[in-house]
Design a protein around this ligand. Structure first.
Ligand SMILES: [Zn+2]
Length: 491
């Protein structure tokens, strides 16, 4: 088992050794069932990005009951909101997400069984993510109210994380400009405060326009938009050899024409371009646009491109991550009961051979973890900032204000991201217990940041060093609107 020895984690704290978090923790204890109900409500609603109407509303109602002021429908998105309590500086921000993933409907049991075949499901645990962050925000407010402390606590209701939309638009429209520090977490398989970056990314649809003709009768009169899509994809696959090794390109054909006997005059391909640094994505994206142009030349078609969203890589902040790590040690890892372990044992049988080991390698987790069904320890402090393969719009927030992040175990060791296993655990007690642990850590760390100006200053200095020569420029076009018109079929 991975044991945590306190001496390995030198605390940065000065003064105020015994800070009072009692009222915050009391609120979390007293509202345990209420938070679980909110999480389960969002889990059952399972709404995909920008369509999270019920999920956003349920959160807004709880925040209003708790005395938060709400600004709804911000940054051009009906389900985006910010909830605020308090006055003046410092401003502490919690990030909440609540969108589901298409096709991942899953009952809260250990075997693969959709609630409704093909429907969305919470395969990334965002029902837990938003609820824990909300709980932390209310807990901090409760404590500040009791002690009469000054400052502002905010919960950002960020829609459409999975399509990398919400926060990028909220950042561009200035909603984070006055924030001092940001705390964030993600549900997962391990308890760890990590400094991993993520990949910057562009999401864009390339639409080709040609000329129809009878595919049997007069094909020579046709100019196929589908040919252009296929040629673009061939060239993009050659491009892979000549871009930075960590870059990733993936695509789906979203429109391949109508019937084989009509030369298609319309076709569309949707691309993601990812790389560790924002400028690398920009460069690859430019080359991809040239490839689209080349495909047009070859097929005598034309194209237009719609950038749906774009995001930055995460800028880690070791000061904040370390603070979160200390609070994780204080709260302590969840211990799991027989029922939960039996559930996990059964679920583990569904894994592919080697899946658990590979997952642990990817997480740089100690090999002892392979003996665990659900993580019941806290992983050692890890300064590594190597990006994982994925992307998140938390990246953009991290370039505007110092941002600290943790992972808390809400599922089974070895589970994949975006899987039915992840969805199942997010709707039952393993997910709930992880969520409640995350709330306590985020609340404790938040209160300490509210009270310790030196700590905030240290986080700010670190952030300034990292951003010194690289000011944030929104990767969105200045007139770009959230892709609300792209949602048909996503229910
Ligand atoms: Zn996620």
């Amino acid at each position: 088992m991975v044991l945590i020895k306190a001496k390995e984690y030198p605390c940065q704290k000065k003064g105020e050794e015994t800070m009072d978090h009692a009222a915050a923790m009391r609120w979390l204890d007293a509202n345990r069932e209420r938070l679980i109900q909110l999480s389960d409500f969002i889990w059952n609603a399972a709404e995909v990005g920008l369509l999270e109407t019920k999920s956003a509303q349920a959160q807004i109602e709880m925040l209003e009951e708790e005395g938060f002021r709400i600004e709804r429908g911000i940054a051009g998105m009906p389900t985006a909101f910010v909830a605020e309590w308090g006055q003046g500086q410092p401003v502490l921000a919690y990030l909440g997400e609540f969108d589901a993933l298409p096709g991942l409907s899953q009952a809260p049991g250990p075997d693969k069984q959709p609630v409704k075949e093909g429907a969305p499901g919470h395969g990334c645990g965002h029902n837990l993510l938003g609820t824990a962050a909300l709980g932390a925000a209310v807990a901090v407010k409760t404590q500040m109210e009791e002690t009469g402390e000054r400052g502002t606590v905010r919960y950002y209701g960020c829609p459409a994380e999975e399509t990398l939309v919400g926060k990028v638009f909220m950042v561009r429209d200035g909603y984070f400009d006055d924030v001092d520090v940001v705390l964030d977490w993600h549900p997962g398989a391990i308890n760890a405060a990590r400094n991993n970056s993520s990949n910057a990314m562009n999401s864009a649809r390339f639409t080709f326009h040609g000329r129809t003709a009878h595919a049997g009768g007069d094909p020579h009169n046709g100019r196929s938009a589908l040919d252009a899509v296929e040629l673009m994809n061939v060239a993009a696959n050659y491009l892979r050899e000549h871009i930075v090794e960590k870059a990733r390109l993936h695509y789906v054909i979203t429109d391949g024409g109508g019937e084989p006997n009509v030369v298609p005059d319309h076709a569309q391909v949707w691309y993601y371009v990812r790389a560790p640094q924002r400028h690398q994505v920009d460069e690859i994206y430019q080359r991809l646009c040239k490839i689209a142009e080349g495909a047009c030349l070859m097929t005598e078609t034309r194209y237009d491109v719609r950038l749906l969203s774009a995001c930055y890589n995460i800028l880690p902040n070791k000061t904040l991550t370390r603070l979160l790590h200390e609070h994780m040690l204080k709260v302590g890892p969840n211990q799991w009961n027989e029922e939960q372990l039996a559930f996990a044992r059964r679920m583990t049988e569904s894994f592919e051979p080697g899946q658990k080991e590979e997952a642990l390698t990817n997480l740089r987790a100690p090999s002892e973890l392979s003996e665990q069904l659900i993580n019941d320890t806290i992983l050692p402090w890890d300064e590594d900032t190597t990006p994982g393969g994925g992307s998140t719009d938390v990246g953009d927030v991290s370039w505007i204000a110092p941002t600290g992040r943790i992972s808390v175990a809400t599922g089974v060791v070895g589970q994949s991201g975006h899987s039915w296993q992840f969805a199942a655990c997010s709707g039952m007690s393993i997910g709930h217990d992880g969520m409640l642990m995350a709330s306590r850590i985020l609340a404790g760390a938040g209160l300490e940041l509210m009270r310790d100006a030196d700590l905030r200053e240290a986080a700010r200095r670190e952030w300034e060093e990292r951003t010194a020569d690289r000011p944030y420029r929104s990767p969105l076009q200045s007139d770009q609107v959230p892709p609300l018109d792209q949602l048909k079929g996503h229910h």
